[in-house]
Design a protein around this ligand. Sequence first.
Ligand SMILES: *Cc1c(COP(=O)(O)O)cnc(C)c1O
Length: 316
Amino acid sequence: MNIEGSRWTPTSVYKLNYNGNNQFFIKREDLIPFSFGGNKARKAFLFFHEIDVGDYDTVVTYGSSSSNHCRVVANMAVSRGMQCVIISAEETSHPTCNSEMMRLFGAKIITCPVKIVAQTIEATLDELRCKGKRPYFIQGGGHGNLGTQAYVDCYTEIRDYEQRYHIYFDYIFHASGTGTTQAGLVCGQLIHQDERRIVGISIARKNPRGRQVVIDSIHEYLSDKEMDIPTDQIENVTEFVDTFTGDGYGHDSNEINETIRSMMTQYGIPLDSTYTGKAYTGMLKYIDQHGIQGKNILFIHTGGTPLFFDNLERGI
Ligand SMILES: *Cc1c(COP(=O)(O)O)cnc(C)c1O
């Protein structure tokens, strides 16, 4: 049986030792036990469950050469003996640890100019079907209701942890990209009507679009579940912070590198400059800027460990 055939136990939460007034905790999604874990693994488990119960022989998805999503999907596909096809924009196809692993897993990588990615996906699916294949398509980053569901599940784990250890997290921070992780966490909050702030630190997208994508995903999930939650409530709890994106997707800074060095040396926890290191740095600034004190703060480590090694190779 594949490791993903059995559910893993909830991911661990650790307390970090800070001198300041707030108590910091970190939830280690990076330790989900498949292919370096991360939020893409949590999402992919649900997609592959659908694949396993359905009638498919090929998985098609897209993402850059540094995509954690593509690495996890390629790994889950090869572990089942399924073919995996990845469409990748040639503008973002420089070799990385993730792309090396995609190669190792035998994924077929099709590169094309970013402008024709959507067309190339359609053409690839058509071609596979013409050859008698049965492809399953996963949106980039594991976007969609199943991806959202994965983080509704994670939210439930967080509540279980709180009940068990008699603690309440006033804030939850995490790196927000396509917004699916955030949408899932916020849906969890809305379903339980919990009072707290979930803050998505954008790693690239700007508002208003970035926040709107999260809100759209929330609406899509809730309407699929036939849950009726007023729009103003959804708007109130969706906080997508776009002030820490720096020079955009994948760009580091001295501050981010300092966070990565310090988290690795103090706690042995790897972060990376594209996602978790950027979000952690943004979180610390946000807390400072908003004068937050005396609170319990949970940071979700969304994974991306192979990117830490890219950082290390380039020099942190
Ligand atoms: C993809 C990714 C994110 C962003 O998740 P979304 O659900 O796309 O917002 C955050 N951290 C890591 C490490 C990722 O790979």
